[in-house]
Design a protein around this ligand. Structure first.
Ligand SMILES: *Cc1c(COP(=O)(O)O)cnc(C)c1O
Length: 379
């Protein structure tokens, strides 16, 4: 094959340019405007649960503004999922607070509720105060055990900020990921389920909180004719041009999700009879992953190879794959942070790969990818 197959390439509906042209024609080339408002309305409708949505410059910015509104500041602790992309935890550090890392459980690869409760009790015992927030992630679009996490959170009266950056459209018991916590985060970076070239959104509980989010996202300007500031603000609003791309993408969001699920289904059939390669799938029918990326675990004993050998071989054959996220508790930058670990995420990191799943991946590509992976296996 002479083409290259990527993990998840952006895919345009064709309507994006119309919305962008409209923005130019009406001279709304600014970080607010009709496309931003319409994109927010469409997202609000999509996620449901009577939430409000604020479009921002990035998912990372959304996490940051969520933490600020939960009052996270210097000296506070925030309980974070360790098995994730760094952008989940970094905004905690921006606030001068400390991420406390929690390992994963086997079924969803997300925050282990038992470890979460152990950590809360231990942090209270050790520091004399409660963690300020709990930050679970729906990694690779697989919903976390969000009911159990929210139950523990409410038992200790700690708010939840859900990182659904990879989980746009994923559901737990029919409810969209990102709508369970006080705040939820979406990302529209180039390789996510949909893209605005770069962008994100904060899902918020109500109109007041939406206003507050917009306030912080636009330099915390107080309502005076002159520029008056009583708080530190940020320049985090989404531009009307990016939101135009987002509106175009909303017209194909359902198709994108259906395609990711279709690709996962094909992988599931194709890997069924391959000993030593386990495709990650919904643990039971309460979970409805968007399968943003399909992921496999490679058992070295059964396959005679390992994830990194496979990655290098596939790369040479034009197939992009990627190791699973390296857990935050193993990252040098967080070497001294408190952690509650059970070995799960480290083991996953040492045997897993993300395999292509984006809108450009065809049925033939899936067959080719699986065939190439099988050829890597020496047994
Ligand atoms: C992509 C991502 C983010 C950050 O989103 P950006 O839009 O890239 O800032 C946060 N958390 C997770 C888990 C992500 O995958």
């Amino acid at each position: 094959m002479d083409k290259r197959i990527y993990l998840c390439l952006a895919h345009m509906s064709g309507k994006e340019q119309d919305f962008i042209k409209e923005a130019f024609d009406t001279n709304w080339v600014v970080p607010l405007g009709p496309n931003v408002n319409a994109f927010e309305e469409e997202l609000k409708h999509f996620v449901g649960q009577d939430k409000e949505v604020v479009a921002l410059s990035a998912g990372t910015a959304a996490i940051h503004l969520g933490l600020i509104q939960l009052g996270v500041g210097t000296g506070d602790e925030v309980i974070c999922q360790s098995f994730t992309f760094c952008a989940s935890a970094n905004p905690v550090a921006y606030q001068g607070a400390t991420p406390v890392f929690i390992d994963s459980e086997e079924d969803t690869w997300n925050m282990d509720p038992a470890l979460l409760e152990e950590a809360i009790k231990d942090r209270i015992a050790k520091t004399g105060k409660k963690p300020k927030a709990i930050l679970p992630v729906h990694l690779y679009g697989m919903p976390a055990r969000i009911d159990e996490i929210c139950a523990i959170a409410s038992k200790y009266d700690i708010p939840v900020l859900e990182d659904a950056a990879e989980a746009l459209g994923s559901e737990f018991k029919g409810q969209k990921c990102g709508t369970f916590g006080t705040f939820g985060v979406l990302s529209f970076n180039g390789n996510k389920m949909i893209t605005t070239s770069g962008g994100g959104a904060l899902i918020v509980p109500d109109e007041a909180s939406k206003k507050q989010t917009m306030f912080y996202a636009t330099q915390a300007r107080e309502p005076y004719p002159h520029y008056q500031h009583e708080k530190i603000g940020y320049n985090y609003r989404m531009s009307n041009i990016c939101a135009g791309i987002g509106r175009g993408q909303m017209t194909v969001l359902d198709e994108h999700i259906a395609h990711h699920r279709h690709v996962h289904e094909l992988y599931a059939k194709a890997f069924e009879d391959v000993d030593g390669i386990a495709l990650k799938s919904n643990p039971d029918d309460r979970f409805n992953a968007n399968y943003w990326l399909s992921t496999i675990l490679i058992d070295p004993d059964k396959t005679g190879t390992n994830y990194d050998e496979i990655r290098l071989k596939l790369d040479a054959q034009g197939i992009e794959t990627r190791p699973l996220w390296k857990p935050m508790h193993l990252q040098p930058v967080y070497a001294n942070n408190p952690r509650y670990v059970n070995g799960v995420s480290e083991r996953l990191f040492n045997m897993g790969l993300c395999i292509p799943a984006g809108p450009w991946v065809t049925d033939e590509d899936v067959a080719y990818i699986v065939e190439r992976i099988k050829r890597c296996c020496k047994k």
